[in-house]
Design a protein. Sequence first.
Length: 71
Amino acid sequence: MDWDADGDLLAMLTPDATYITLWDANMGRKHQVDSGLRDPLTCLIWAKKAPTLAVGSSKGNLTIYNHATSK
């Protein structure tokens, strides 16, 4: 789990480690993001000054998710 720089969004890995769950603390809502990776997700971290999330997998693959553009 990791909070974004503003402390508004909490990013979490799902128990089956295939999706990222984002919880918006201001709205009290959550939604799932497909990482596009097919191997189990193992770690994630938000950028310090941007709405960008890096997600790593068990096989060493990395994907970047930009929350501002939802891509």
